[in-house]
Design a protein around this ligand. Structure first.
Ligand SMILES: [Mg+2]
Length: 377
């Protein structure tokens, strides 16, 4: 029986600040979940909510409150009701009456999967249905001060072996940088991510990006701008990839029916967990929508889980989840995530990630620690 849940609120310095359409990110604000059962077997997962509610409505502060006051009491009640019969595929039932808050839900759901893998002594990736041993990795680049600085960053990424460069774009910072990269690297896989920063009247700019032969343009318009997304996709040769727009199977079907996208950025930590991810992947496959796994600047704990999702056989593109050194001087793992060969990460076939976690580092970077007994919560 699961006995305790501990939450760690962490602030982990990023190696380089990341400039996005929503501003600079300098420290990774993270929440880790640690479950422990009667026998001391653990399950870990990460809540991927960012410091500010700018990517979705969730943020690290709201996630902490929701986890402590609303989700963990529900999970404790569900665990008592199912007894020994814990099936992670049904864990979302514990949160059935909760609206939204999918990043917070995902952290608990994925920790249950992680614990189940450890308890069964079965690699987590096998529990998820089995995946590839290795995944190809791309890099995300923020907006640079100058085109020279941008080309320098691309050059470094290409030298390190990254298989795709995804550039953050926004109105006024799009055509020139993408043209500069394409001119310098005629054959490089390039993509762009706008984080919803354009509006329908910018369609003529986005149409001009077609000549750069991008793998996709990610979330060009606001997440709920369905009709404009569909009209834009109809005028573009480049696939639109949806990220923030897709939170459920219903929204995936809506996108497919409207023709609002041809690609989906899958993030288990945003979609409500592994079970929700597997359902959305099945729906995407049925609708002919390509899929790949994007990153949330996760610490190593969340990145290991993301890499497992990225290794699922139905994925069509490189993942954004890179080696630890790309993000942090010091990750929260005993051994950092590294390239097995340039641009390729070997996906660990571990029975949950507990053995990877450096508890000393977790405590050192924690700004708050909260623990509860799940038998009485
Ligand atoms: Mg994105």
């Amino acid at each position: 029986m699961l006995r305790t849940c501990t939450l760690y609120r962490l602030s982990l310095p990023l190696r380089l600040p990341m400039r996005t359409a929503h501003g600079d990110i300098r420290d990774k604000q993270a929440i880790l979940v640690q479950l422990k059962d009667d026998e001391g077997i653990e399950g870990w997962a990460e809540c991927v909510a960012l410091a500010e509610p700018t990517y979705t409505e969730e943020c690290a502060d709201s996630a902490w409150t929701v986890l402590v006051h609303h989700l963990l009491p529900r999970m404790a009640r569900w665990l008592r009701a199912v007894g020994e019969d814990v099936d992670p595929r049904n864990a979302c039932e514990a949160f059935r009456d909760v609206r939204g808050n999918r990043m917070s839900v995902a952290a608990l759901e994925m920790a249950i999967w992680d614990w189940q893998a450890a308890r069964k002594g079965q690699p987590l990736i096998e529990l998820l249905g089995g995946g590839r041993d290795r995944v190809d990795v791309g890099v995300t680049l923020g907006m640079s001060e100058s085109l020279d600085a941008l080309i320098q960053s691309v050059e470094t990424a290409v030298e390190q072996g990254f298989r795709r460069v995804k550039l953050k774009i926004e109105p006024g910072h799009d055509l020139a940088p993408l043209q500069a990269i394409r001119h310098r690297y005629p054959d490089l896989a390039i993509a762009a991510d706008a984080n919803g920063s354009y509006r329908a009247e910018h369609a003529h700019i986005l149409q001009q990006l077609d000549v750069y032969n991008l793998e996709f343009i990610e979330q060009p318009l606001a997440e709920d701008d369905w009709f404009d997304l569909a009209e834009l996709q109809a005028t573009l040769r480049t696939p639109i990839c949806l990220d923030e727009s897709i939170r459920s199977v219903s929204e995936l079907r809506l996108a497919a029916r409207l023709g609002a996208a041809r690609t989906l950025n899958v993030k288990p930590g945003r979609l409500g967990g592994f079970a929700a991810t597997l359902q959305i992947l099945a729906a995407a496959h049925e609708a002919g929508i390509a899929t790949w796994v994007g990153g949330m600047y996760e610490t190593g704990v969340g990145r290991l889980h993301g890499l497992m999702a990225a290794s699922l056989p139905s994925m069509n593109h490189e993942t954004d989840l890179g080696p630890s050194s790309r993000y942090f001087e010091r990750d929260l793992l005993k051994e950092p995530i590294v390239f097995a060969e340039p641009g390729v990460i070997q996906v660990p076939r571990c029975c949950g990630v507990a053995d990877w976690v450096d508890r000393e580092a977790v405590r050192r970077f924690s700004t708050a620690i909260w623990s509860a007994d799940l038998r009485t919560l």
